[in-house]
Ligand binder design. Structure first.
Ligand code: RP5
Length: 212
């Protein structure tokens, strides 16, 4: 028995899949997580470590798409849903099965707990669409990366949704030179930061550097 709220999401995904919208009007990246309690890890927390939402919106010029009738201005977008492998298996199935027809090019899937099945089940159903798994906790790592031969998933270290988003954009960048430029600019910024810190440490010396 599927609840009304879940069924309405399933119906919406199926309807969107049948729409055949132009690629500019649909998100390239789908972000799903097993629970809204995963959101701080998957999106990035306001007070803690940044995540997929932060790098996509602040570094790479993406916008989050919340309405399919009125797409955001940004050319590249992502969507975000809670999809639980154990509590809403029908929704997981429909999400993965409709992903390509809804215009997604890559899915980032995160789950916590010891039985973090959302990333690997999504990868199996959405195949050959690439899925990047994020173990939300350290103990989720074996169940996210432990796929049998012939059933691929790409995965990042526990909690590293930031890197999952970078990997997703690397995949997209093979077809979109403007994303390649944004990735290079982001990397140059990292290099610049290390170079500045290195010069500062060297020129002030360790005690002086520590005092600033
Ligand atoms: C997993 O169980 C979710 O991905 C989450 O990390 C964990 C706990 O979920 P809640 O009980 O907080 O909803 O499926």
């Amino acid at each position: 028995m599927t609840s009304e709220s879940v069924q309405s999401l399933i119906d919406q995904l199926e309807a969107e899949a049948a729409m055949d919208r132009p690629v500019e009007a649909t998100p390239e990246i789908g972000i799903i997580m097993g629970s809204d309690s995963d959101l701080d890890v998957m999106a990035g927390s306001e007070s803690g470590r940044p995540g997929a939402f932060d790098v996509l919106t602040e570094e790479l010029g993406f916008e989050e798409q919340t309405d399919y009738e009125t797409a955001p201005e940004a050319r590249f977008t992502f969507e975000t849903f809670v999809v639980s492998a154990h509590r809403t298996p029908e929704l997981m199935y429909t999400y993965a099965e409709t992903a390509e027809d809804r215009g997604l090019d890559v899915i980032i899937a995160g789950a916590g707990g010891k039985s973090a099945d959302l990333p690997n089940m999504t990868a199996s159903i959405a195949y050959p669409l690439p899925v990047i798994g994020v173990p939300v906790q350290e103990k989720s790592l074996p169940s996210v990366i432990g796929m049998p031969q012939g059933a691929p998933i790409v995965a990042v270290d526990a909690g590293k949704s930031f890197n999952a988003a970078l990997s997703a954009v690397q995949i997209l960048a093979r077809q979109h030179p403007e994303l390649q430029e944004r990735l290079l600019a982001y990397h140059e910024g990292l290099q610049q930061g290390v170079g500045e810190v290195s010069r500062d440490l060297h020129e002030r010396g360790t005690p002086g550097f520590r005092d600033t």
